[in-house]
Design a protein around this ligand. Structure first.
Ligand code: AQP
Length: 327
């Protein structure tokens, strides 16, 4: 079986962007592939985190993984900091990554523009991500479109290392969803929906109440054209149609056909219902799972043990190739 790897940062509560672009697609891959799904807390600290919030968010993400249908019997589900090989491999890979290439990463440019002090951690973020992926011989990485550049970089690093020594790393491919690979902010459709957005109207959290979900959709920015079309000239509406498609079986054309000639109001209230219907079972399951501390602990402990075995094997191989003396 091929290997699938992905992770989500516990840097806040997850949005429907995280869900549509990543989490939702994790579920279906579990039967066909050997999947590893990580909660990447080492990545999360590249932005300042309050320790107690980080602890809470990490367990929230774990419970959400399980509530969405990730199955610890099928997939390896674990917390990144429990497997120190991630950080160790990242250090080695840093010596195969150019400063210039990291400086060209869009996510780095955007995040560093926003912060007063640019941390080395945010600059090196993609190298840690490359380590996550390469550590397990990953073939496929299900992520949103915003991560494409990081996957390209991971491929470059793997190829560079393989050329320098001999075949060591599998060169992975991205697996981006056909619909909803890039969900935009509800308040500013030029920017992607992000859990760390200061304006909470910009995102819908998986765990938002049904009322808040509805409110945020009603407030979502559209346009004054008044025509119902799926077009780049109407990015706000286009984004809402993408969200509708992700939570239903309809295509964009079918959604347009259904609401053509109507105002945006009717569409928005139906959209709120479609999103709430889709999220309701997850929201309900989340509560029960999140309260079961012992179960959560057993899942992440078992997951880390299984991930560690794979990670140790790869790191030993890498250390040997580099020329480190085994202890
Ligand atoms: N708006 C989005 N549309 C589609 N997919 C998205 N993803 C994130 N935002 C969108 C996908 O979610 C996965 C996990 O992302 P992450 O938490 O590791 O980091 P991120 O991409 O930086 O997500 P956020 O929400 O924007 O987090 P913050 O605000 O903390 O930086 C990835 O697969 C990503 O593609």
């Amino acid at each position: 079986k091929k290997i699938v790897y992905s992770g989500i940062q516990p840097s806040g509560s997850l949005t429907i962007g995280n869900y549509i672009g990543a989490l939702k697609n994790f579920i279906g891959l579990q039967d066909e592939y050997n999947c590893l799904y990580c909660i990447v807390d080492l990545h999360a600290i590249t932005a300042p985190q309050e320790p107690k919030d980080l602890r809470k968010n990490t367990l929230d993400v774990l419970a959400l993984y399980l509530a969405c249908g990730l199955d610890p019997e099928k997939s390896i589900i674990y917390i990144q900091s429990h497997v120190p090989e991630h950080a160790e491999l990242a250090w080695v890979l840093n010596t195969y990554t150019s400063y210039g290439q990291l400086g060209r990463m869009t996510q780095f440019k955007e995040k560093s523009q926003k912060s007063k002090e640019v941390l080395a951690g945010i600059f090196n973020y993609p190298v840690l991500m490359a380590a996550d992926i390469l550590l397990y011989g990953t073939h496929l990485v299900p992520v949103g479109e915003d991560q494409r550049q990081h996957i390209e970089l991971t491929r470059d690093i793997a190829e560079r290392f393989n050329r320098r020594y001999s075949d060591t790393f599998e060169v992975p491919d991205i697996l981006a969803p056909k619909v909803g690979a890039r969900i935009m902010s509800l308040q500013d459709p030029a920017h992607k929906m992000s859990k760390s957005d200061e304006n909470s109207d910009g995102f819908i959290l998986i765990l938002d109440s049904e009322k808040d979900t509805e409110k945020k959709i009603k407030r979502a920015v559209t346009d004054s054209l008044g025509t119902f079309a799926y077009s780049d000239d109407q990015p706000g509406l286009k984004n809402l149609i993408d969200i509708y498609c992700a939570f239903s079986t309809l295509s964009a054309d079918e959604v347009v056909a259904k609401y053509e000639g109507q105002g945006y109001g009717a569409f928005k209230s139906d959209l709120a219902q479609v999103v709430n219907d889709g999220l309701r079972p997850i929201r309900e399951r989340f509560k029960t799972i999140r309260d079961d501390k012992a179960y959560l602990e057993s899942v992440y402990t078992e997951g880390a043990a299984r991930a560690s075995r794979m990670a140790q094997k790869m790191l030993r191989k890498v250390y040997k190739k580099v020329g480190f003396i085994p202890r």
